[in-house]
Design a protein around this ligand. Structure first.
Ligand code: ARG
Length: 486
């Protein structure tokens, strides 16, 4: 199932109400039926339908366990499981459409099952509550969604490595305070983003590690009076184990918050990267030329080519922060155990994951198809005294204390500013006047490419170091892709 559900307002899509009146799972205790307005307000089926196959899989595991434990007869357990498989096929083929007149996806599936199997269908919910059922569905949703997001992150890391491999010697100014600082390479710059994305990948793995426990069998909140085997269903569904406390299992949504938090941080990285792309695509920088397929024009200014996709990703980052805030706020005042407030979690969870998914996809295409203007990038390393630190390092290597060397280099910069020239243009005699330690070889050392090569510390910008980073990133990529296949 896709994850791009951006449903924000269940009320707006109010169902044609009638089904619930007779189909509410809890109707027995009531004489009156919910009003149309009330159902339209409380229904969640437009949102939780996204987990329909998770819900069916969970029910199949549950009835198998009920059969294995002799809680319901084997034959009936099998009949229910078989019918659930058929329902899944029918939904996939379009033979069965989800009736949005139901309160939620759980009610709809149970209704169809009972319609088809009669009293046998009524046994599916034995020893189960929608409270553990929804928590289960969410964890199953998270498993496949996190894995899909991680694949997108890997694809982007791979794309960045491919570009970087061609640009380990392509000079570009590094900036601090958005002022030219020191020459780096485009590869070093891209690797910086790749490492951040690798950590995003790890955060999703961590979130998944904690989410991958089964809440099923916790029932409403206290567990069940029937001899359920929670480990059986956990194993059947591929969980690492069970949530150890039945109340915790149905009352927390920390797994949603963790996932959206990882998504928010990943969006932060994309957003900052987009900010650079927007700057770099301007005529002032001119470092990058975005492909026409990933640019837009203006309805009035015929010359325009705008980086709208980068701007949209930057903008959508705010939406994901909003979803994270919504989840935190929703949870902060809730006593144990289940509270209906928690129904709203899915809107934020699905939207945040969907937003990150599409942003990663679009960003990857945008960066893969962009052209890099290596001349403009290299030119940014000249004219801003980006080699001043290297002048100081040169003097340090000749034995001068760093603070004194910093002062000599600063004196040279001052002189150059007065004359409107660059450090590489200052005559040797003038350098000698600043420090007799300076010799003719200084001019080679001031070349941007020499400044780059000199940064040969581990993790530094020197091509040799960046090649090592790339090897390490590639190794991570290959191993992670392999692990996903297993
Ligand atoms: N739609 C509900 C949710 O998403 C399902 C659980 C309903 N439980 C209940 N006790 N009303 O949270």
């Amino acid at each position: 199932m896709h994850t791009k559900n951006t449903q924000t307002d269940t009320q707006k899509n109010a169902p044609a109400v009638n089904a619930l009146a007779s189909n509410a799972l809890w109707q027995g205790r009531f004489e009156k039926k919910l009003s149309d307005q009330a159902l339209a307000f409380e229904t969640s089926i437009h949102v939780d339908s996204l987990m329909v196959f998770d819900d069916i899989n969970g029910s199949i595991a549950h009835v198998k366990m009920l059969g294995a434990q002799n809680i319901i007869p084997h034959q009936e357990a099998k009949a229910i499981a078989d019918e659930l498989h058929k329902i899944e096929d029918d939904i996939r083929s379009g033979a069965l459409t989800i009736d949005t007149g139901f309160e939620d996806i759980h009610s709809f599936i149970e209704h169809v099952l009972t319609e088809r199997l009669g009293d046998t269908g009524k046994k599916v919910h034995t020893g189960r509550s929608r409270n553990d059922q929804i928590a289960l569905d969410e964890r199953l949703y998270l498993r496949r969604t996190i894995s899909a997001l991680q694949k997108r992150i890997l694809t982007l890391i791979n794309a960045l490595c491919t570009i970087a491999e061609d640009h380990t010697e392509s000079l570009i100014s590094g900036y601090t305070h958005l002022q030219r600082a020191q020459p780096v390479s485009l590869a070093q710059h891209l690797c910086a983003w790749a490492w951040m994305l690798k950590r995003d990948y790890g955060r999703f793995s961590d979130a998944l590690g904690r989410a991958n426990l089964s809440p099923l069998g916790s029932a409403a909140l206290a567990g069940s009076g029937l001899p359920l085997d929670r480990s059986y269903t956990a194993q059947e569904l591929g969980f690492d184990g069970i949530v150890p406390n039945s109340m915790d299992a149905v009352a927390d949504r920390d797994y949603c918050i963790e996932t959206v938090s990882a998504a928010a941080l990943c969006m932060t990285h994309l957003s900052r990267f987009c900010e650079e792309i927007i700057l770099w695509a301007s005529s002032e920088f001119g470092f990058i030329d975005l492909d026409e397929q990933w640019s837009t024009g203006s309805s009035i200014m015929p010359q325009k080519k705008n980086p709208d996709f980068a701007e949209l990703i930057r903008g959508r980052t705010g939406l994901v922060y909003g979803d994270l805030t919504a989840l935190f706020t929703m949870m902060k005042g809730l006593p144990l155990a289940y509270n209906r407030d928690m129904q709203e979690d899915k809107i934020s969870l699905f939207r945040a994951c969907g937003t990150l998914d599409s942003c990663l996809e679009v960003f990857t295409e945008m960066i893969k198809t962009a052209k890099w203007n290596t001349e403009r990038m290299a030119a940014s390393c000249r004219g801003g005294f980006a080699n001043a630190t290297d002048l100081a390092d040169y003097l340090v290597k000749k034995g001068m204390p760093f603070r004194t060397a910093h002062g000599c280099a600063a004196a040279a910069v001052r002189l150059c500013i007065e004359r409107g020239i660059q450090l590489e243009d200052l005559p040797l005699e003038e350098y000698k006047a600043i420090s007799p330690l300076i010799e003719k070889d200084v001019f080679e050392r001031l070349e941007p490419s020499a400044c780059l090569k000199a940064k040969n510390t581990a993790g530094g910008a020197a091509p040799e170091q960046v090649v090592r980073q790339l090897e390490s990133l590639r190794r991570f990529y290959t191993q992670a892709v392999q692990a996903k296949k297993e």
